[in-house]
Design a protein around this ligand. Structure first.
Ligand code: FEO
Ligand code: CA
Ligand code: CA
Ligand code: CA
Length: 573
């Protein structure tokens, strides 16, 4: 019966029910196993996580980092390399000896800085399933102090110069690495999201520059870097936060390569980077800015991608666009240039939100991952939720951080949107470089059990058997199924009753059908997805689970990348 059902659809699995427990569930005929957990060694001779004391300073940049997120598989000379983000830290978990997890020394801060950024690790499948290859020359940790270059229009600008870097070209570290992307030339793109949270000041006299407000840079931070590492004290280094919030390109094939911050792709709270080559060979990068009422962006290179030719300028020289969605299902990408914004090129690349506001971009319900369909000319973005959309507070419509009202509109059609939706767009003349598009909503998440006859029940392809909230991660597989991962309310109560833990579902772009494939442990979000070279294994990220996942009672919770396989070893993507 299972095979029959599979034959009648594009889904090669029997959908699973919701879960509310502390582990992972996958369909009958599939199994999962941890591949990489926070605190796990990436190099020979490094001990595994000490569940009482945490990771030592000495080993903190030699283990798999915290809060696994976006990832991509690269095959280099037959070696399978996973590049994977470590978004932020859970200080109570990462500094288990400290009261409330509060960093109290420069060493504590250094440990936290080392736990975040990016891992590049070689993986191989053997008798024990998939494992990290500890002696691989490709293994690498990139963290908050790794030297990198600034390139593109903001490199060398006065806006990014500091006392330590008077040229404004050499910076340290990549921050809050959320989603990811890959280029056709084999590099990894890591996306700096909530970078604002690392920069603050204990100096109460300091007048915060006006541009800080739009990005949420404030005196107090969760991580306390500014108290122990003066680079992060904005009263001393006011330009330092203007050197974060970019997309960073990393060459996974060379563990000593210097990562490059591509300022031409703008400075926003970058979610991910979905790269596609347009009809004429220009490189298009779609990017969401994940904050309430912020925007959806697109970059188009000036030059064309020619395999084997020089690609070093393709992400430096091009045009940044922002999306305007019309009520009639049409839309337009508006260029951010000195002419359209009245700003200089370096200002557009550093104060990108402000530039986009000047051209009347559409305020969105938190743009998370964008995914481009490999078998049709269309792209999708998860608009995860927006609790303030359309809300009137003290007699006024709620606004984004730039003061623009978040009135409901056709693409963000619900007030106090707790469920989220997935927008899809079709570029005109089937060309991702075109400035015009048509759009529709692929899915409006909702709860048809709780809200019978309203928009909050969700779109027609949402039912009591597949419902979810807060779509976030999203990746297409090579067959054209779109995999949707959630980061939502997993209370299983009220508006979210019957939706259980965060999950991963597969969607069929043609029929609109959506089915649940995996459920995560309680407290976790499911984020990050890639495949082994032979497509017989799917690697899935589990971020910020609650104890005891996955090590058992009494142990610290560990963000973990798991390998999912079919028991018959058939392809799964
Ligand atoms: Fe890191 Fe918007 O998710
Ligand atoms: Ca996300
Ligand atoms: Ca999210
Ligand atoms: Ca997250």
């Amino acid at each position: 019966a299972q095979a029959q059902e599979a034959a009648g659809s594009r889904f090669a699995f029997k959908p699973i029910p919701v879960s509310t427990d502390k582990t992972i569930h996958v369909p009958e005929g599939y199994s999962w196993k941890p591949l990489a957990k926070w605190g796990q060694p990436l190099f020979p001779g490094v001990p595994d996580l000490d569940h009482v004391n945490g990771v030592s300073l000495q080993h903190s940049d030699k283990v798999f980092g915290e809060n696994t997120d976006g990832m991509e598989m690269f095959v280099v000379g037959g070696h399978q390399l996973v590049a994977v983000n470590h978004e932020y830290v859970n200080t109570k978990v990462n500094l288990p000896k400290n009261a409330d997890g509060k960093p109290t020394s420069a060493d504590d801060v250094k440990i936290l800085q080392n736990m975040q950024g990016v891992t590049v690790m070689e993986v191989a499948e053997g008798e024990n399933g998939w494992e990290i290859v500890l002696d691989s020359p490709f293994n690498r940790r990139i963290h908050h102090n790794t030297p990198m270059k600034l390139s593109g229009p903001a490199a060398g600008s006065d806006l990014v110069k500091t006392a330590a870097d008077p040229n404004g070209t050499d910076c340290l570290g990549t921050f809050n690495n959320c989603g990811a992307g890959r280029t056709p030339w084999g590099t990894y793109l890591t996306c700096e999201e909530n970078f604002n949270g690392y920069f603050g000041t204990p100096n109460a006299e300091f007048q915060m520059p006006e541009d800080y407000k739009r990005y949420g840079i404030a005196a107090e931070t969760r991580y306390a870097y500014e108290k122990f590492d003066e680079r992060f004290d904005v009263a001393k280094n006011p330009n330092e936060p203007r050197r974060a919030g970019y997309i960073v390109e990393i060459d996974p094939s060379n563990a000593s390569s210097v990562p490059v911050k591509r300022t031409a792709l703008g400075r926003i709270k970058h979610e991910n980077a979905a790269v596609v080559v347009a009809r004429d060979g220009r490189v298009v990068v779609y990017m969401g800015d994940d904050e309430r009422g912020e925007f959806l962006y697109k970059y188009v290179s000036n030059g064309i991608y020619v395999p084997g030719a020089d690609t070093s300028k393709l992400l430096d020289e091009g045009t940044l666009f922002v999306a305007k969605f019309a009520e009639d299902g049409s839309g337009e990408w508006v260029a951010l240039t000195p002419e359209t914004t009245g700003m200089k090129m370096d200002e557009i690349c550093v104060f990108t939100r402000q530039a986009a506001s000047k051209v009347g971009a559409t305020t969105m319900d938190r743009p998370e991952w964008v995914a481009v369909n490999p078998v049709a000319i269309e792209a999708y973005c998860c608009l995860t939720n927006n609790s303030r959309r359309g809300e009137i507070k003290d007699g006024k419509m709620r606004t984004n951080a730039g003061g623009e009202e978040m009135t409901v509109n056709a693409v963000n059609p619900r007030e106090k949107n707790g469920y989220g939706q997935i927008v899809r767009w079709y570029p005109e003349v089937e060309d991702h470089a075109n400035a015009k598009f048509k759009w529709d909503l692929f899915a409006m998440a909702g709860n048809p059990a709780v809200h019978k006859d309203s928009a909050y029940a969700g779109s027609a392809n949402i039912n009591e058997g597949n419902m979810f909230n807060s779509p976030d991660g999203m990746m297409f597989d090579s067959t054209g199924l779109v995999w949707i991962q959630t980061d939502g309310d997993d209370s299983n109560e009220g508006d979210f009753l019957g939706q259980g833990n965060n999950q991963m579902l597969a969607g069929d772009p043609v029929s609109g059908r959506i089915e649940r494939f995996l459920t995560g442990p309680n407290g976790a979000e499911v984020t990050g997805l890639t495949w082994s070279a032979d497509k017989r294994t799917m690697f899935v990220g589990i971020q910020h689970p609650k104890a005891p996942f996955p090590d058992g009672e009494g142990k610290l919770p560990r963000s973990t990348v798991v390998a999912v396989k079919r028991d018959d070893n058939a392809m799964i993507g």
